[in-house]
Write a protein that binds this ligand. Structure first.
Ligand SMILES: [Zn+2]
Length: 409
């Protein structure tokens, strides 16, 4: 079989057929490429407005379209793109099953690019496919817009809400996740009550009334809105955020106070000052034996750090109870130890948490899958690096939704 025939059989460019096929050798203008001229084959034109076949076209424009490479050699198609003379719709672009309107690459190439964009940064995809950065981004965005399913609240009765910074300290966004399936339902700009209102309005009253529990950060600015929109929902404060807050407001504060207290002892000061990461890391993540030894020595030498470190571990236990009575007893015990410690930042944190303790203990009634939060936080950071070298929030939000499709209920 001649290779022209092979191309003809496998091309799949409906309504067209390959005419002249040429291999262009590499030159200063670019790499080696296969150029395929597509000739018109079909005599009728499918109107993209009404879906009917029409015998006449209105006008045509010459177009250059990229297709998947043949044995690694990039392919460029040259064809006339027609506008149908439709008696019902007027002049309309011809509908083709292999080429989307306004697209500069075939649908199968767009699919390939979008698939690569799931795992590689845009820059690498662009290099690999011989496309420029903006084209790759546009292809991926259009693909996600076309393929991501619409918001579906069927069976959703528990939510996880979280905010994150788009640009550090400036702009924020809110993610709303189905706690059961871990599917990201909605991503929107902002983090206040007005910011999340469009979500609640779009799902309708019935879906709002079905929401039984919403997990969030203790200081989430959208709590008021959730209470107003979902009258049956109980607010649950998730472990991840409370422990992060404890790290920031207690452990790190004590670390700085302790470094100041031992400032005359240069060695001791350096050890305490340089221990931020060690103290805030999850103990499970300290796999390096030398790190464990350092942590042990640090805590043994420092009573205040030891106290807050142990209380952090015990605080986490509160989320492990399924009976509220036991959880409450554990909390009272924790609170007493915190207040007796004489450590000011710890006492302040404990007083603060007392006011909110019902939201912590609510976890006993609603076993919410908030363990997903830490992983989500990390993944969003990776996506930001991969997809967000520019300022297109909509694209970034689509990437987040695509990264958390959820599992079957
Ligand atoms: Zn039409």
């Amino acid at each position: 079989m001649s290779w022209e025939k092979c191309i003809r059989l496998l091309g799949g460019w409906s309504a067209y057929e390959p005419g002249n096929v040429e291999v262009r050798e590499a030159s200063e203008d670019g790499p080696r490429e296969v150029w395929i001229a597509l000739d018109r084959k079909a005599s009728r034109y499918l109107c993209s407005g009404c879906g009917k076949l029409r015998p006449r076209y209105h006008d045509a424009e010459e177009r250059e379209i990229r297709d998947l490479p043949i044995l690694g050699v990039p392919v460029r198609l040259f064809l006339w793109r027609f506008r149908v003379a439709c008696p019902t719709c007027g002049p309309r672009l011809e509908a083709l099953d292999w080429l989307d309107p306004r697209s500069r690459v075939t649908r199968r190439m767009a699919e390939d690019v979008a698939r690569l964009c799931r795992v590689l940064p845009i820059k690498h995809v662009a290099e690999r496919c011989g496309l420029d950065w903006h084209t790759v981004k546009a292809i991926d965005k259009a693909w996600l817009e076309r393929t991501l399913p619409p918001l579906d609240m069927m069976g959703v009765d528990k939510l996880i809400m979280d905010e994150f910074a788009i640009h550090k300290g400036h702009r924020y966004a809110t993610i709303i996740t189905d706690a059961d399936t871990r599917k990201v339902l909605w991503v929107g700009r902002g983090r206040g009550k007005e910011a999340v209102r469009p979500f609640f309005e779009s799902i309708g009253l019935e879906a709002r009334q079905r929401i039984h529990a919403v997990a969030m950060d203790m200081h989430a600015p959208f709590e008021v809105e959730v209470r107003a929109q979902c009258p049956a929902a109980e607010i649950v404060y998730d472990l991840f955020h409370v422990v992060m807050k404890f790290g920031r407001e207690v452990i790190d504060r004590v670390r700085i106070d302790e470094a100041n207290r031992v400032r005359k002892d240069k060695v001791a000061r350096k050890v305490v000052k340089g221990s931020k990461w060690l103290l805030l890391a999850n103990r499970e993540n300290l796999t390096e034996p030398s790190h464990r030894v350092r942590l042990k020595e640090l805590l043994e030498a420092n009573q205040a750090l030891m106290t807050v470190y142990l209380l952090k571990d015990d605080l986490k236990q509160l989320w492990g109870y399924s009976r509220e009575g036991w959880a409450r007893r554990a909390w009272n015990d924790w609170l007493a130890r915190a207040m007796e410690s004489g450590i000011a930042p710890l006492k302040a944190f404990a007083r603060n948490l007392t006011k909110r303790i019902d939201g912590v203990l609510a976890q006993c009634r609603w076993k919410l899958n908030t363990s997903v939060l830490e992983g989500m936080n990390n993944k969003v950071k990776v996506l930001k690096r991969m997809a967000y070298g520019f300022r297109d929030d909509d694209y970034f939000f689509l990437k987040i939704k695509a990264a958390f499709p959820g599992k079957a209920r």
